[in-house]
Write a new protein. Structure first.
Length: 349
C-alpha cells in the first residue's frame, strides 16, 4: 500500500509528494505547525488526505500542550484549529475534519476531561478518520467500478488516488476496483499543469500497481476523445455544493465540457466528507489562488518573460449539468443532484 501518511510515536510521517516520482522520501511532522506547513507546501495534498492530516495536527497540538485539563487547553485549541484551517481554502474535507475535532472537544470540555483523556481521544478520532477514509475509498470503488466499461480508455485529471487519500483513492479507487473486477482499462492521465499531479503522482502510483497508463498533456484530451480512445472520465472533487456543482483541480471543467460534446460519461468520485450542503452552488466555493512561480518556473528554470501577468487558480468549478453521476461511499447519485443529495443524507443519517 502507498504510504501517504501514517502516525508514528514521533509524529505524522508523510511521503513527500513534491519530490515524487524521482525521489521517494519522507517528512516527519512533529508539531501541529509542521503539519500546517506540510499542507501549505503540498508535501501532502488531495482533499481527503489534508482533512485527515489536519485531524492528526490537532492531536499533535494537544500532545504538545502543557495544559492539565480540557478547560485549560481551550484557548490553545482555538489557535491550533485556526492555524490548520488557514492552510488551504477550497477542499471542504479540511474544515469537515477540524469541525469533527471541535465537536469532540466540546464533549470533552463538558465532561471536565483531563488532558491525558483529550490526547487519547483526539488520537483515536484521527485514527478513526484514517480508517474510515480507506473504507470509503473501497466502497466508492465497488460502486464506481461497475460503471466503467469492460474494456477501454479512462481519462482522469489531477491525482485523486492513494496519494490524495489515506490509501486506494477516490477516482483512482474506482479505476483500481474496475481493474480488480477484471476489466481491461487503459488510463489516460492528464499531466495537470502547473503542479503536474497527473504526470508525477497519478502516473507513479498507477505504475506501482501495474495499471496501464499513458500521460497526456492537458491540451490533448479533445483529440483523443475524437479518436474514440476515451470511453469514460473519472475525477475527484475538493468540494461538492448542494446543487451538485463541484470544485476540482483547474482544468476539470474543460474535460467535462469535452466529455459532454463527445457523448462520454463523466463521473465524479468523492466521499461524503467532500459534500458541502451549506454551499448552495459552485459560485460560492472559495477558489485558492496559488503562487505565480508555479506557472513562471519549472524545475527551477524560468519559462515566461520577466514581469508578465500570471493567473494561477488551483481549482475550477464544473457545473452539475456536465456530471453523469457522483460516486460516493453511500452509493451512486444521479441528477437532479440537490434532491439526490438530500435524500441520501436523510437515508444514511
Ligand atoms: O491541489 P491539490 O493537489 O490538493 O488538488 C487535488 C485535487 O484537485 C483532487 O482531484 C481532489 O482533492 C480530490 S482527491 C481524492
Amino acid at each position: 500500500m502507498i504510504p501517504t501518511l501514517s502516525w508514528t510515536s514521533e509524529g505524522v510521517r508523510f511521503i513527500d509528494q513534491t519530490k515524487l516520482p524521482l525521489e521517494e522520501s519522507y517528512v516527519l511532522a512533529a508539531t501541529y505547525e509542521d503539519v500546517a506547513v506540510v499542507i501549505e507546501t503540498m508535501v501532502v495534498r488531495g482533499a481527503p488526505a489534508i482533512g485527515v492530516s489536519a485531524a492528526y495536527g490537532v492531536a499533535l497540538g494537544a500532545i504538545e500542550s502543557s495544559a492539565k485539563t480540557a478547560e485549560g487547553f481551550a484557548p490553545e485549541f482555538e489557535k491550533i484549529c485556526a492555524r490548520l484551517a488557514a492552510t488551504r481554502p477550497t477542499a471542504v474535507n479540511l474544515f469537515w475534519a477540524i469541525d469533527r475535532m471541535k465537536r469532540l472537544f466540546a464533549t470533552l470540555r463538558t465532561s471536565s476531561a483531563s488532558m491525558d483523556e483529550v490526547k487519547a481521544k483526539f488520537l483515536a478520532e484521527a485514527d478513526a478518520m484514517y480508517e474510515e477514509d480507506i473504507a470509503s475509498c473501497k466502497a466508492m470503488g465497488a460502486f464506481g467500478g461497475e460503471l466503467l466499461p469492460e474494456e477501454g480508455g479512462v481519462l482522469t485529471h489531477c491525482n485523486a488516488g492513494a496519494l490524495a487519500t489515506c490509501g486506494y483513492g477516490t477516482a483512482l479507487g474506482v479505476i483500481r476496483a474496475a481493474v480488480e473486477q477484471g476489466k481491461k482499462i487503459h488510463v489516460y492521465a492528464d499531466e495537470t499543469r502547473p503542479f503536474l499531479q497527473g504526470a508525477r503522482l497519478t502516473a507513479w502510483e498507477l505504475m506501482e500497481d501495474g495499471i496501464d497508463t499513458t500521460v497526456i498533456c492537458d491540451n490533448m484530451a479533445a483529440s483523443l476523445m475524437r479518436a474514440g480512445k476515451i470511453q469514460a472520465v473519472v475525477v475527484g472533487a475538493d468540494r461538492i455544493a448542494a446543487n451538485g456543482d463541484f470544485a476540482n483541480k483547474i482544468g476539470t471543467y474543460n474535460v467535462a465540457i469535452l466529455a459532454k460534446e463527445h457523448g462520454i460519461p463523466f463521473y465524479c468520485a468523492a466521499p461524503w466528507s467532500t459534500i458541502d450542503t451549506a454551499t448552495p452552488t459552485g459560485d460560492a466555493i472559495p477558489i485558492e489562488e496559488r503562487s505565480a512561480r508555479e506557472v513562471t518556473h519549472h524545475g527551477g528554470k524560468q519559462l515566461t518573460p520577466n514581469g508578465v501577468g500570471i493567473h494561477n487558480p488551483a481549482f475550477d468549478v464544473t457545473p452539475a449539468k456536465y456530471v453523469t453521476a457522483i460516486i460516493t461511499e453511500r452509493g451512486v447519485l444521479r441528477a437532479p443532484y440537490a434532491e439526490a443529495l438530500r435524500e441520501m443524507e436523510t437515508v444514511a443519517g
